[in-house]
Structure formats: C-alpha cells, structure tokens
Design a protein around this ligand. Structure first.
Ligand SMILES: NC(=O)c1ccc[n+]([C@@H]2O[C@H](COP(=O)([O-])OP(=O)(O)OC[C@H]3O[C@@H](n4cnc5c(N)ncnc54)[C@H](OP(=O)(O)O)[C@@H]3O)[C@@H](O)[C@H]2O)c1
Length: 346
C-alpha cells in the first residue's frame, strides 16, 4: 500500500510525532488532494494543548490546505488529476480529512479551484478565514445574521449601515472587512495595531482604531466616526474585553458575531443577538453555503475583489508546525498566515 507521512497527536496535550499513514482512496463524491501548502490556525494549538472537542486519539489536526488533485472518486466530474485546488479541512471525525499530512480527502462539492493569479501558499491562507467570515454574515438566523450575499443580489446593498470589526488584521478579520466592502457596509470601522492601518484601508476599512486603547476609548473613537446605531459587530478576536465591549456598543436589535465561546454578560431584555460562528463547511448546516462559495470565490479572487492574507512560510515541513503554532499562541503573528510545505519534511 502506498504511504505518506502525517503529523500525529497520540494523547491529550501530548507532543506531535511524525509517522506513516496509508494514502487514502477517495470514495464517491470525494477527491484526493496532494497537499502543497498547509495554513496554520490558532485553533490547532488549542486542540493540541487543551484537547478541546477531541474524542479519539490518535488524531491528525489541521484546518486548511492547497494542492493538486491526485485522484477523483466516482461521480466527480468537476475535477481532474492535476487541478489546483484549496479547501478548509476538518478534524476529529476522520483523519483522512485533516490537514497536517501530505495527502487529504475532501468532498468535491467544497473544494475550490485556484485561479492562476493565486499561489499555493496564498490559497492555503484563504479557506478558514473566508468560511468564518461568510457563514455568520450570509446564513439565516440563528446560524447567521442573514444578509443577502453579494453573489445573490446583495452586492453593495447595505450602504449607510455601519459595521464594527474588532481585530481587522487577524486572518478572519481581513476577510470580514473585504466581504463587508462587497456588501456595501459603510463606514467599515475596525481595530488593529497602527502598523496595519494602511493594509486594512487597502482592503476596505474606512477607519482603523488602535486596538491597544482601552475599550472605553475605542468606543469613544467609534462614536466620533458615526452617530448611526451600530447594528453589527464582528468580533474576530473574541477575548473577554472585546466580546463585552462589542456587545455594549450594539444598539437594540443588533447582532454581535463571536469566534470563541461567549463570555458576554447579556440580558434578555437587551434585544441583542449573539451569533457564535462555526466556520466549518463540512458540517451539514454549512455545506450548502460551502458549495456556493466554492463556485463564487475563484472569480472574486481572479478579479482581485477578495485578496488573500499575506503569508510567511515556516521552514521544516511538518516539523515546522509545532514552532509555527507556538508563534500563534504567543501572539507573534500580525496580519499574516503561517504556512508549511509538507513535502519539505526532513
Ligand atoms: N469559530 C470558528 O469557526 C473560528 C474560525 C477561525 C478562527 N477562530 C478564532 O478566531 C480568532 C482569530 O483567528 P485568526 O486565525 O484570524 O487569528 P490570527 O490571524 O492569528 O490573529 C492574530 C491577529 O489578532 C489581532 N489581535 C490580537 N488581539 C487583538 C485585540 N485585542 N484587538 C484587535 N486585534 C487583536 C492581531 O492584531 P495586530 O497585529 O494588528 O495587533 C493579529 O493580527 C482565534 O481565537 C481563533 O481561534 C474561530
């Protein structure tokens, strides 16, 4: 049986180890992807160190990849061997579908073709951030807020409606800014370190407030920008202070999207909705949107309407994943995505 190498976690809070795995065969409706680049996400170190949500070991972690189609299962007509693709992977249920290895299985419906102007490294920096941005914006309540998507008549529709994006320079935040621009929200107010201001303005932010200010000062800066009621806050950071600060900014009837479990002290009488996001296109409730995004995103990328995160390649192949995750944990990554190349593993 042909084999590949995978990065295994064999016990809760254990260390990663590299070991051989059989290269899987795609079933009906699936494709096998030879991975060229893997994007690293903060959730990967949380899963490794805290064992959150993991029911079974050994497990392969990792949430996004790009590569080339190696084989297609029965019933797959939209892809052929050699096509350049990317997708958000999934962990916990099926190690064949996780990212930290050299080959991965993906449902063909949520694999996305890479346009010629996008490199493998850039493509590996897209899928989790895009999914986490679009699921809460364009899915109906209670999963999302239910805005009309740009590909469904909602392009520039929300002019004059402010959005506040806490953590605009995060991987997720950069895509939220860009989809907010496509949807027409204005002003688009975000928080980030001052050195990221020019980049975030190039993506569509109209106002960038220093994220190092106390939240009371951030609130004051926002009220100087707009007197309109804030009905949408996207908290891409979701620390306790940003969640509560973002919630308190909302006018009645407003929504706050959070990317981590809620720590908000809320009152039912507030008439404010908290939307926790699960940016995973593999789960049944997100699959339909994932299929639409797979069809729409290549053109948005080709036209430069969605721009991938800047990337930094961590050397060492799969051996680079542990040091890369440590950098994420220690908040040493600003406005970019770390990627590794699994075939460079020594
Ligand atoms: N629920 C889901 O499905 C889902 C999916 C993806 C991610 N997440 C979670 O969402 C969070 C963001 O993920 P990510 O991959 O986008 O993270 P990331 O890119 O690694 O985040 C790094 C960025 O966070 C910014 N930041 C840190 N603290 C901040 C603060 N107090 N205010 C404003 N910005 C701040 C930094 O900004 P500066 O450098 O400008 O200072 C930096 O650019 C993580 O907690 C992750 O686990 C959840």
């Amino acid at each position: 049986m042909p084999s590949q190498i995978s990065l295994w976690l064999t016990e809760k809070a254990g260390a990663f180890s590299i070991g051989p795995t059989i290269i899987p065969t795609p079933a009906r409706g699936e494709i096998l992807v030879k991975i060229h680049a893997i994007g690293l996400n903060p959730v990967d170190w949380k899963l490794q160190e805290l064992g959150l949500w993991i029911e079974r070991y050994p497990i392969v972690l990792g949430h996004e990849v790009s590569g080339t189609v190696e084989a297609v299962g029965d019933g797959v007509s939209q892809f052929a061997k050699g096509d350049r693709v990317f997708h958000a992977t999934t962990t916990g249920t099926d190690n064949r579908k996780a990212a930290f290895q050299q080959f991965v299985i993906c449902p063909a419906s949520i694999a996305i073709k890479i346009p010629d102007n996008i490199s493998f490294d850039q493509a590996a920096a897209l899928s989790v951030g895009v999914a986490t941005a679009v699921v809460p914006l364009y899915t109906q309540p209670t999963i999302g807020v239910g805005y009309q998507a740009p590909w469904n008549g909602g392009r520039r529709k929300y002019r004059g409606r402010p959005i506040v994006i806490l953590g605009g320079s995060s991987s997720v935040g950069q895509y939220v800014i860009q989809f907010a621009r496509l949807s027409g929200f204005s002003p688009i107010i975000t928080t980030a370190s001052p050195h990221n201001k020019a980049h975030l303005k190039s993506l569509g932010a109209t106002h960038v407030i220093d994220r190092n200010l106390p939240f009371s000062a951030i609130s004051r800066e926002i009220s100087k920008v707009t007197a309109a009621h804030i009905k949408l806050v996207y908290d891409a950071v979701s620390h306790e202070d940003t969640q509560q600060g973002g919630y308190d900014l909302l006018a009645p009837g407003g929504h706050i999207v959070i990317t981590l479990p809620s720590t908000i002290d809320a009152d039912d009488d507030d008439d404010k909705q908290i939307i926790p996001v699960n940016g995973n296109f593999h789960i049944p409730e997100n699959l339909a949107l994932g299929t639409i995004v797979a069809q729409q995103l290549p053109k948005l990328l080709e036209d430069g309407e969605i721009v991938p995160n800047a990337v930094e390649v961590v050397p060492g192949g799969l051996n680079g994943i542990a040091p890369g995750l440590k950098k994420l944990k220690n908040n040493l990554v600003s406005a970019k995505k770390l990627v590794v190349h699994p075939w460079e593993t020594a």
